[in-house]
Write a protein that binds this ligand. Structure first.
Ligand code: NAD
Length: 373
């Protein structure tokens, strides 16, 4: 029987990729080992894991020794020789952080990275990117509301009437749509922009106004993703958005292109023209940011505008994020156990397999590694 180990994340990550319910789900298929306190920050006790049927082990090295399949979210393997014949399943973001590759390559391990999941119907239940994006979009609105000097909904009281806040959402993918829905529920007036015209209908169905800018490059072979836009088009977007930015109390930016730097949508000049007390939450901070002023995981003030660049905002609702991750990972593991003998013929395994016995086998990651070295 397979031996699956769940590693504890670093303290600021707080999430765990398998909940006690996930242990119950996989119990008939594998022996399960969980590092002590791996779920604690997400609200899952060691006792709950034991009751679910897992063995709780004190140290990471114990889990590495006992298990041959190691699950993590953002755990960085640094080359313990004990783990040489191990399979790591995680959210390694090798496209965004290729410097991690050598640590995995040098030790003969196998690694599947779930951020490379194809966007197919079958893969939907394993789509960690969507889980993280949904929670991030929701949490970005709460963060902005908390940091804003103004309330979000219209409030009428004896002291007067407070007008509803104006939210501008840049990028209407999974995170952006969730941000729109959350801001609308809080009572904001919401406008949104995305380079994919297909998102217009989704934006409008959530009660937000779609900002149109003609002339975007769409590539249907990109699997539903946006592609890089020419600078002349991005300049036209910025000109249009500059007007909207002056009216916004909150801007949430979510625009990304897989494996590339995030497009620059909000310039410093635009920030300087925003209202004092306005807030920008830049969810693209980890890939360079959509706002010129953003600094990852820092709070920047410009002209009384607050710019936040959280890179792991999903970890602040650790219980809910872990619930979704656990379902994604459990489904992936069931799929992996059923199809791994023919990994190269299976689209899900082929797309997510990055390193096989120490060899870099993923075409997307190899292309990036070649261009960055
Ligand atoms: P993402 O995180 O890669 O990007 C976020 C958004 O930024 C996207 O909507 C993208 O169009 C937008 N963007 C990129 N460049 C921009 C620019 N210059 N200006 C404005 N916006 C820009 O994308 P995502 O949220 O992961 O979703 C991408 C697509 O995949 C969406 O159509 C989504 O509905 C779809 N999707 C499909 C599945 C599935 O079928 N299983 C699952 C999840 C998402």
């Amino acid at each position: 029987m397979e031996r699956i180990g769940v590693l504890k994340e670093r303290a600021d990550r707080r999430v765990v990729v398998l909940s006690p319910a996930g242990v119950v789900r996989l119990a008939g298929k594998a022996e399960l080992f969980v590092q002590r306190d791996a779920g604690r920050a997400a609200g899952f006790t060691n006792e709950a894991y034991e009751q679910a049927g897992a063995q709780v082990l004190d140290h990471e090295a114990d889990v590495m020794t006992n298990a041959n399949i190691l699950l993590s979210y953002d755990h960085h393997y640094t080359g313990d020789p004990l783990a040489a014949d191990r399979t790591f399943i995680g959210f390694f973001n090798f496209l965004g952080a290729p410097k991690r590759l050598p640590d995995y390559l040098n030790n003969g391990v196998t690694a599947y990275s779930l951020d490379l999941m194809p966007r197919t119907t079958l893969a939907q239940a394993m789509d960690v990117l969507s889980s993280v994006a949904s929670i991030s979009g929701y949490q970005a609105v709460l963060l902005a509301a908390e940091r804003s000097l103004a309330t979000v909904p219209m409030i009428t009281s004896a002291g007067g009437t407070l007008r509803p806040a104006n939210f501008l959402i840049m990028g209407a993918g999974v995170a952006g749509l969730q941000a729109i829905a959350t801001a609308r529920r809080l009572g904001a007036v919401v406008k949104a922009y995305d380079v994919r015209s297909a998102s217009k209908e989704e934006v409008e169905s959530l009660g937000a106004e779609f900002i149109e800018v003609e002339g975007a490059v769409n590539d249907h072979s990109a699997g539903g993703y946006a592609v890089e836009q020419p600078e002349v088009f991005l300049e036209r977007v910025r000109e249009r958005i500059h007007q909207e930015a002056k009216l916004a109390d909150v801007i949430i930016t979510t625009a990304r292109i897989p494996g590339k730097m995030a497009p620059l949508l909000i310039t410093e000049e635009m920030v300087m023209d925003m209202k004092p007390g306005a807030v920008i939450v830049d969810l693209a901070a980890a890939s360079g940011g959509n706002c010129a002023v953003t600094q990852p995981d820092r709070t920047v003030m410009r002209n009384e505008v607050t710019i936040l660049g959280p890179t792991s905002i999903e970890c602040s609702c650790a219980h809910s994020t872990s619930f979704l991750l656990s379902n994604n990972y459990s489904t992936f593991i069931e799929h992996y156990l059923a199809h791994r003998e023919r990994a190269t013929e299976d689209e899900i395994l082929r797309s997510t397999l990055v390193i096989q016995n120490g060899e870099l086998v993923n075409e997307r990651v190899r292309a990036l590694a070649t261009t960055t070295h």
